[in-house]
Ligand binder design. Structure first.
Ligand SMILES: C[S@@+](CC[C@H](N)C(=O)[O-])C[C@H]1O[C@@H](n2cnc3c(N)ncnc32)[C@H](O)[C@@H]1O
Length: 336
């Protein structure tokens, strides 16, 4: 009975798969139009193939190899381009496959005693001291956002969040915006206290591009420190001594977790790369002014919550071999 059911369920999407295992269909218009989650193997193949083609395209652009640029651009477009890749990523986030990665961030918020804003306390971004008892005047910037209903969004009700992606799958709620061209807001009041960068850094095709993305994130964090200082200054004196932001159980001040960056990478980027280990990533982050607050390694992904404290050494990091060996990948971060 059960096996008949599961066979029936697979039928509508099976036409997306070629007869040979793990081969992409020649045209992926079906992938960009279908709403049903793609089979996980097809999602993985699509994601991997998109990353490889993107990386090769970026190399071809650097070498000014016009033939390769034309070939790879055409390959990307016939395989459905960024949108097919995004649909495949959305399929990977379905609740049946564990949900979106920000579920882990919410688990950490709960552990850290960070209170969810209630509708009454949400004052629509008014940066007043009265709301220091919860997140109601804290702001989230999510880079590479596929859905406006990710788990963490319940902590940042509109207008306390800015969601963006190179290609917006929900134009009403997600900005079509390259983060690298998104400036730090002029006024600290319009800035952000937490940035989510989940499975985006590995999308950037070059090691130095990844370093640049971390640096750009850090310039937002510098402004976020200013937001924190301003917020602390605006607290009434009695509130400073008897702080409403102290977690009753742990005795710690949950606001000290901010400003912060939630970073998610495919686990092999730090567990099986020739050029990046967890220690090296931590060195890079410390040199940019971060402290690790939480970390979780799953078989597929690695999740981090980094608190920005400022004052790092701003060291440069080249691509250097840390773990030699044949069966490793080449993921690297170069900080110039
Ligand atoms: C694998 S998806 C990750 C989506 C989601 N955050 C997650 O955790 O599953 C990567 C997304 O990052 C977006 N992206 C990559 N570089 C970006 C940039 N510079 N600015 C905005 N979005 C970017 C891509 O368009 C893509 O939709």
């Amino acid at each position: 009975m059960t096996s008949t059911k599961s066979k029936k369920r697979r039928k509508p999407t099976s036409s997306l798969l070629s007869r040979r295992k793990n081969v992409l269909p020649s045209s992926s218009s079906a992938i960009t139009t279908t709403k049903a989650p793609l089979p996980s193997k097809l999602s993985r193949t699509l994601i991997r193939s998109h990353h490889t083609t993107q990386k090769r395209l970026s190399q071809a652009i650097q070498q000014n190899d016009t033939t390769a640029i034309a070939e790879l651009t055409s390959k990307l477009s016939t395989s459905g381009g960024l949108e097919a890749y995004q649909r495949a990523s959305v399929s990977g986030q379905s609740s049946k496959r564990g949900g979106d990665s920000s579920k882990i961030l919410v688990d950490w918020f709960i552990e850290l005693g960070i209170p969810k804003p209630t509708p009454r306390s949400n004052n629509g971004g008014n940066n007043s001291s009265s709301s220091n008892c919860d997140l109601s005047n804290y702001r989230l910037l999510e880079i590479g956002c596929l859905s406006p209903t990710n788990t963490i969004h319940s902590y940042f009700p509109k207008p306390q969040r800015t969601l963006m992606d190179l290609n917006s799958l929900h134009p009403d709620e997600i900005l079509k915006q390259d983060f690298m061209e998104f400036p730090v807001p002029k006024r600290a009041d319009d800035g952000y206290d937490i940035i989510s960068c989940s499975l985006v850094l590995n999308y950037v095709p070059t090691p130095s591009g990844r370093g640049d993305m971390l640096k750009h994130i850090t310039s937002f964090m510098e402004q976020a420190l200013e937001r924190r200082r301003k917020r602390l200054k605006s607290l009434p004196k009695n509130n400073k001594n008897n702080n409403s932001s102290t977690n009753k159980e742990t005795g710690t001040d949950w606001t000290s977790t901010f400003p912060a960056v939630f970073l998610v990478l495919p686990a092999p980027c730090v567990t099986n790369s020739r050029y990046l280990t967890e220690d090296r990533l931590q060195e890079i982050m410390i040199s940019m002014g971060y402290e690790m607050v939480r970390r979780k390694l799953s078989p597929k992904l690695v999740y981090y919550l980094w608190k920005f404290v400022g004052g790092g050494s701003r060291k440069k990091y080249k691509k250097s071999e840390l773990l030699p060996g044949g069966k490793r990948n080449n993921f690297a971060i170069v900080v110039e």
